[in-house]
Design a protein around this ligand. Sequence first.
Ligand SMILES: Cc1cc2nc3c(=O)[nH]c(=O)nc-3n(C[C@H](O)[C@H](O)[C@H](O)COP(=O)(O)OP(=O)(O)OC[C@H]3O[C@@H](n4cnc5c(N)ncnc54)[C@H](O)[C@@H]3O)c2cc1C
Length: 460
Amino acid sequence: MPVLKAEGKTFSTQVPVLIVGAGACGTIAALAANERGVETLILERDAKPQGNTSLSGGQIPAGGTKLQRAAGLMDDSPELLYQDILAKSHGECDHAIARHIATEAPKTIEWLVDRYKLPLSCVLDFQYPGHSRMHMHASPSRYGAELLTVLVAAVEGEGIPIATQAHVTDLYADAAGKIHGVRVTRPDGKTEEIGCGALILACNGFGGSKAMLQKFIPDAVDLFYEGHMGNQGDAVRWGEELGASIKDMGSFQGHGAVATPHGMHLAWATVTEGGVHVNKHGKRFSNENAGYSEQALNVHRQPDKFAWAIWDARGEEVSKRQHSHAQAIESGAVKKYESVAAMAKAIGCDAGVLENSLKINSKDEFGRDFKGKPPLKAPYYMARIMGALTHTQGGLEINKEMRVLKKDGTPFPNLYAGGGAARGLSGPADWGYLSGSGLLMATNSGRLAGEAAAALVKKG
Ligand SMILES: Cc1cc2nc3c(=O)[nH]c(=O)nc-3n(C[C@H](O)[C@H](O)[C@H](O)COP(=O)(O)OP(=O)(O)OC[C@H]3O[C@@H](n4cnc5c(N)ncnc54)[C@H](O)[C@@H]3O)c2cc1C
């Protein structure tokens, strides 16, 4: 993925704003730039845009939207979301970017819903760990593919071209770091070169690259990867060559309840509604509700690298509304049991040990607070689970306009990044990910990058 010298190079095709990647970030960036009257082209490596966006649970946090007010949630605000991001990341994220993204979030949600009919409504049936209010806005079946379908249709409806099967392999940059264009490789090996006025990197992180995981997050190499394989870390590789500032490379979002061997993500309401995880000996091992991200390695570190998720009808009622959970049910990963003894038999553990693990005090030895969550009761639901890597959180450092920064803190002349290509809001490790941070970043940074790139090329 080299960065080639642009000096002396000419391009027969020239596009003012060029975008790499047609996920949430890229499509939203294109809509924002297009609204400002600037010609835009998206280059997408896949034959059909999918990315992590279409694999996701389609849940986007924001504080203080009119959708929330209409749903009776009157006391949420950007400030509360910002404080939640800070608390979850132990204050180790970029505070200015976190505040900016939280402030912009209601505007982005309302704009996408009002203008492009993004099918979002408030999630009112459960609250994610670390969310002080019900911040989530989700698609009807809590499935990102529903969102990306609408975004791609909106892009096409606006007449913005998406070139698919267009793998951007190289950038052309001059000595000042100005991007002049890109080289695209087609599936048959043929290449094309396209010049640009500004370039937005919306090609996500490096979860699909074992080599980069080995280099930056060795702990995550052995985790099951539940994200899109097209996340090969191209933005970071180009950034490294260009001398960009790259931050929080050890950070990632994990998921601590992926049904195994099915590879399907259980809804986290299996935990928030009083559910627990036990290992093959029937013993609990962590505060499951600290967050689904850090629970991935907790599960992975259990004997034989798996555990069992146990919940009851209360959690199941909410969980089955989420697409991935419904798929797990369909695939036979979720089983129903009438007694603790029957579950112990299925696990192969001592029934007394399991019984003891399900005796919940309001605050337990792992620091989990079960206040307001009555003990689980039959019928129980159970699935064998593994820890998974969902997406990486480290990436290119950006400023409030989503311009990529050099190591000295100054911005590159015309290079922007957003979504998983940019440094996330999670701080340096897996424990810092606030639920919904991925799409929060992708949607808002997409809009902000599109607006700023359009303004730059209009200025000339
Ligand atoms: C199972 C799962 C569940 C999730 N659930 C949620 C959730 O409910 N809420 C939430 O906030 N987040 C969730 N996330 C995270 C969220 O999906 C991502 O943070 C977000 O979608 C990132 O958007 P993006 O536009 O940056 O990347 P993507 O949607 O991955 O899009 C990047 C695109 O770039 C393309 N691309 C890559 N390299 C190149 C190249 N060199 N040339 C051309 N194209 C290229 C890829 O093919 C891809 O289409 C989930 C993720 C997963 C995997």
